[in-house]
Design a protein around this ligand. Structure first.
Ligand code: ADP
Ligand code: ADP
Length: 228
């Protein structure tokens, strides 16, 4: 069974730039994998096609047996419930508590207050911040702030978590910590796709690696097979 399938996907931006060319791969439920490649290789574009911030211009992106390239309006919103996103700069609301930041996506989907409070608590515990809910983002360290970003992305229990350079602003020790957290989420059943150009970090994780080069998928490396 595959959760996500790229079937000969191409993406040409309106500018005429081919950001992805004939890309095909499958992701299984709960799998963790990296997408790597030089700057401009197409990593962010690939993630955008899954989150539907951009559309493929060729081929098909299939998520949970549905061709998401054809979705419109409300079905896009429904699809995004299944896909959490973590950004490099975490994008937390500075004037809201950690609790509120994590609650926001749950509020947006009309969940009841008591259920939200419960979810926020259990999610913050999952990322090791069970006691920081009342703090403001600036009162947390950079690594803790990124954990909140992850908590917000997984609060609604997505099937897939997308992370675009999630450790771009963190030192190696904190990066390793964040990666261990993402790995623990995948072991609990959430598929995790991480775009990263930090090859040393990718190597240490010993996961499957998709390698992009000028928009082409030039390698699909099995877990642990990336050369030292
Ligand atoms: P990466 O994340 O690997 O750095 P991107 O997916 O951001 O790569 O970019 C892939 C290519 O597509 C680059 O040549 C980039 O300049 C181009 N690109 C990215 N976003 C856009 C856009 N919105 N419009 C036009 N070109 C874009
Ligand atoms: P990120 O790394 O967060 O994807 P980027 O710096 O790659 O951010 O891109 C920032 C924004 O600029 C994105 O919305 C992207 O679509 C757009 N963009 C990137 N490259 C190009 C490009 N060559 N032409 C037009 N827009 C671009």
């Amino acid at each position: 069974m595959s959760l996500l399938r790229f079937d000969n996907v191409g993406k040409r931006y309106a500018s005429g730039r081919d950001a992805l060319v004939d890309v095909s791969f499958d992701v299984a439920p709960g799998e963790m994998l990296f997408v790597t490649g030089h700057s401009g290789a197409g990593k962010s574009t690939l993630l955008r096609l899954i989150h539907l911030t951009e559309r493929a211009t060729r081929g098909a992106v299939i998520f949970a047996d549905r061709n998401i390239g054809k979705l419109g309006g409300r079905r896009i919103a429904l699809h995004r419930r299944d896909v959490g996103v973590v950004f490099q700069d975490h994008r937390l609301l500075a004037d809201r508590s950690i609790d509120d930041n994590v609650a926001l996506p749950l509020r947006l989907r009309g969940m009841h207050r008591a259920e939200i409070a419960k979810r926020v608590r259990s999610t913050l515990e999952k990322v090791g911040l069970g006691d920081r809910g009342r703090a403001l983002p600036r009162q947390l360290s950079a690594g803790e702030q990124q954990r909140v970003g992850i908590a917000r992305a997984i609060a609604a229990e997505p099937k897939l978590l997308l992370a675009d350079e999630p450790t771009g602003n963190l030192d190696p020790a904190l990066s390793t910590e964040i990666m261990a957290l993402l790995e623990s989420l995948s072991m609990r059943g959430t598929a995790v796709m991480v775009a990263s150009h930090d090859l040393a970090l990718v190597r240490r994780m010993k996961k499957r690696v998709l390698v992009l080069d000028h928009g082409r998928l030039v390698d699909d490396i099995a877990p642990g097979d990336l050369a030292e």
